[in-house]
Design a protein around this ligand. Structure first.
Ligand code: MG
Length: 164
């Protein structure tokens, strides 16, 4: 068993879509970033990479690389899933927190969990997403940013590598 932690934060700005866990959420602002700035998926990616000691999102998908301009973060997550699998691990579960003062995210968490679980080929019962406000404090509480944290648990897989 191996555990990993991930964290990310993006600024909230006008003129961008708000995409969290692959769900486009109706709001008057969105997250600023080179990719689609899906802060939840970025935290999950870093937790997965961390658990397997495979680097981090910035080293694998640099924001200076034009290939990742406007990238769909779920596609990056799919690539990370392949890296985890190639390294001989399977995903046991994921827990996560999104810190956003607004909008209210509870109506969307089940779609986010389904999106992440589907990309990772695991049951949505193994993906938890918990929205929190920041009680009006700090950049998230003041509506300047949204952040996310994730932890994952990996187990050695019994895939072809071990059978060989
Ligand atoms: Mg990010």
């Amino acid at each position: 068993m191996r555990t990993g932690i991930g964290y990310d934060l993006h600024r909230l700005v006008e003129g961008r879509s708000l995409i969290l866990g692959g769900v486009t959420i109706p709001f008057d602002k969105g997250l600023l970033g080179h990719s689609d700035a899906d802060v939840l998926v970025h935290a999950i990616i870093d937790a997965l990479l961390g658990a397997a000691c495979l680097g981090n999102i910035g080293s694998l998908y640099p924001d200076t690389d034009p290939r990742y301009a406007g990238a769909n973060s779920l596609q990056l997550l799919s690539d990370v899933r392949n890296r985890i699998s190639d390294a001989g691990y399977e995903i046991v579960n994921i827990d996560s927190v999104i810190v956003a003062q607004s909008p209210k995210l509870n109506p969307f968490t089940s779609l986010m969990r389904d999106n992440v679980a589907s990309i990772l080929h695991i049951d949505s019962g193994c993906v938890s997403v918990k929205p929190k406000t920041n009680e009006g404090l700090g950049p998230e509480g003041e509506g300047l940013a949204i952040s996310a944290q994730a932890v994952v648990l990996l187990a050695r897989s019994l895939g072809p590598r071990e059978v060989d």
